[in-house]
Design a protein around this ligand. Structure first.
Ligand SMILES: [Mg+2]
Length: 261
């Protein structure tokens, strides 16, 4: 039985959708190859801001899904795109790691370290953050700098449990500055999917976003106006999906991405 239509563009979440940790989801490689053979464009997206696009492209390729760097979108890249569209070579005070620095510098941002120099504060996941740097970012926000965020995830799941992520630092900044972010690039916000569609040259009506998380992937797809598929190879169960209100249901529920073809 084949009831799935062919879309022009496919946006794939990574962990839980195409692979689990270091293990390819069985058949995901053939699925992506088949979609490409049929003329569809594909993009691979992730909120995670601590690895570079090169790293993800290499990992996918190694797992049997050949991926070009240009087919990988991370939340730092989506934020850099947004900044490039709204600012000219701004001074940015960043709490984040090297992959974020690289994406920001690639669009002309100058990374600064003092609050008074900052036009923009970018909050990301930074595993070496100190109170001094947290406070410098707070002072910049007090001074009126724009408040941008790569990804809103409060925690990141790992094999041993969870790690605190960028969203936890956002909560800290909200608490002391009494401000909310002006822009958040990562899922569930639509920017990642919008940048993906723009790069594929496809419309939301002709694009499907496939992911395993209801609160991030599914919402991102809906916010961007794409068709949505939730796969059951990651964190969400059929019961979780059935508990959603009618207007939040995905277009497709799939045992795995293999059912896309
Ligand atoms: Mg996932």
């Amino acid at each position: 039985m084949n009831t799935m239509p062919l879309y022009d563009g496919y946006i794939f979440d990574l962990d839980g959708t195409l692979y689990l940790g270091e293990q390819l989801i069985e058949g995901a490689d053939r699925t992506v190859a088949t979609l490409r053979d049929r003329g569809a464009r594909v993009m691979f997206v992730t909120n995670k801001p601590i690895s570079s696009r090169q790293t993800y492209a290499a990992k996918l390729t190694e797992l049997g899904i050949p991926a070009d760097v240009e087919e990988v979108l991370t939340s730092p890249l989506a934020l850099a795109d947004y900044i490039a569209a709204h600012h000219q070579s701004p001074n940015v005070l960043l709490l984040g790691e090297k992959p974020v620095t690289e994406e920001l510098e690639a669009v002309g941002c100058r990374i600064v370290h003092k609050a008074e120099d900052a036009e923009i504060v970018v909050i990301s996941w930074d595993r070496e953050v100190t109170w001094e740097r947290l406070d410098e970012a707070f002072q910049a926000l007090r001074g009126g700098a724009r408040f941008y965020v790569t990804n809103p995830d409060v925690t990141c799941p790992v094999e041993s449990g969870e790690l605190s992520d960028a969203g936890a630092v956002v909560a800290y900044m909200q608490a002391c500055s009494k401000r909310d972010p002006d822009h958040i690039a990562g899922k569930p916000y639509p920017a990642l999917a919008e940048v993906a569609m723009q790069r594929m040259g496809v419309t939301p009506q002709r694009t499907l976003l496939a992911g395993d998380r209801l609160q991030t992937d599914l919402k991102c797809g809906k916010n961007a106006g794409c068709a949505t598929a939730v796969v059951l190879t990651g964190v969400s169960t059929r019961a979780d999906i059935e508990a959603l209100p009618a207007d939040e249901q995905p277009d497709y529920v799939l045992q795995s991405v293999v059912e896309l073809v």
